[in-house]
Design a protein around this ligand. Sequence first.
Ligand SMILES: Cc1cc2nc3c(=O)[nH]c(=O)nc-3n(C[C@H](O)[C@H](O)[C@H](O)COP(=O)(O)OP(=O)(O)OC[C@H]3O[C@@H](n4cnc5c(N)ncnc54)[C@H](O)[C@@H]3O)c2cc1C
Length: 411
Amino acid sequence: MNFVIIGAGSAGVRAAETLRDADPAAVITLVSGEPGEPYSRMAIPYILSGAIDEDGARQRRSHHHFEALRVRYLNRVATRVHAGPTGGQVDLDDGTRLDYDRLLVATGSSPVLPPIPGTDLPGVVTCWTLDDARRIAARLAPGVRVVMLGAGFVAGVCMKPLVASGARLSVVAGRSGQILRSMMTPAGSRMLQRWLESRGVEVITTGRTQGIEPGPCLVMDQRRIAADLIILATGVSSNVSFLEGTGAEIRSGVVIDEHMRTTVPCVYAAGDVAQGRDFSTGEWVVHALQPTATEHGRVAALNMAGEDLPYRGSLSMNVLDTVGLISHTFGLWQGLPDGEATEVADDAHFLYTRLCFDADRLIGAITIGHPHHVGAIRGLIQSRRHLGAWKDRLMQDPQMVMEAFVDLNQA
Ligand SMILES: Cc1cc2nc3c(=O)[nH]c(=O)nc-3n(C[C@H](O)[C@H](O)[C@H](O)COP(=O)(O)OP(=O)(O)OC[C@H]3O[C@@H](n4cnc5c(N)ncnc54)[C@H](O)[C@@H]3O)c2cc1C
């Protein structure tokens, strides 16, 4: 078999390793659109804080990892896929062409720039690649003025190293008026916002951003913010342009089935680029999380190698360290329209717990400041355990979740 993997992030790397395990004789080619060895985007905040250097961001320690696995590793951009009924070809940006029997698309996503003038000015960067991390790190110093446009997950994970560097940080939340809206209730967001403000971060939740002027200077309708650095964290879109003309169905990501097959014969997709199955709902969504990407890569590879392995779905779970305050978001944290939910907040101590139920099963949760509850909550959701009498007790006191977990396990 001749396997080609486009994309050397978590999904692509795990797929290459799994394919080699499954098929010792196969020809495997792993194509990375970026220079250097495969690295983990998750490491970027740790590079910014100086906790690790670039070497520590590499996905595999050995410089000879892929050579030892007999995986051909190419630093090239795929520009086009020619798909046929039993295989096809991939065009690369150096004019060469790779034949494949099975192709894995694991190209992740790229930042979407906001539709305002000035995003290409000096001092304006995204926070997505190792190269972005280098550019940000080069400017960080005590007193430096940093404006972050966007207040989602990626902005959230990057705030800690920015604050730790001594930079003066302003975060512009955009029109939603709420930080971390995709993973927090309004009450949870307000708590995290208060925490950020108590750590000296300015959080701007009103006003419209009109553009960026040289300086750079962020121009809003009611104020201007002069900065040394403006970081754009305003969302991402899937890297799929090279699939044009293949007939691959694309929605919020590449549409796949339970065996990670796209709508094109012999072409599979995995990771952030793919709409994989969600554990909680059974629906097909982009999770944009590293554990999901890794598991996608493994399952896709086994199916490409001829196994029949349906993907059971990944639990959406975000862990966030917002400048020292740890929060977790699990599964269906918004709750069901006709389901029950309970929440308890201790504003003075920045503690918050929300649990959501489907009848007597726990299906979603948010915690702020309670890292010790994580294993219990995850266990109860993933096991789809009937809580019985514990359901009402948890509705009254969600903090009892650890006791419920232990008691149910012992029973
Ligand atoms: C700053 C930051 C912090 C994060 N922190 C966390 C975290 O704490 N926890 C968590 O779960 N997730 C985190 N994530 C998200 C996580 O990094 C992604 O979910 C994960 O990287 C997805 O893996 P992937 O393999 O699908 O895609 P990616 O890691 O994005 O890899 C895609 C690969 O495809 C390549 N590529 C793209 N287009 C082409 C092309 N045309 N030709 C060839 N190659 C191409 C790219 O160069 C890259 O090698 C973070 C992301 C960022 C940016």
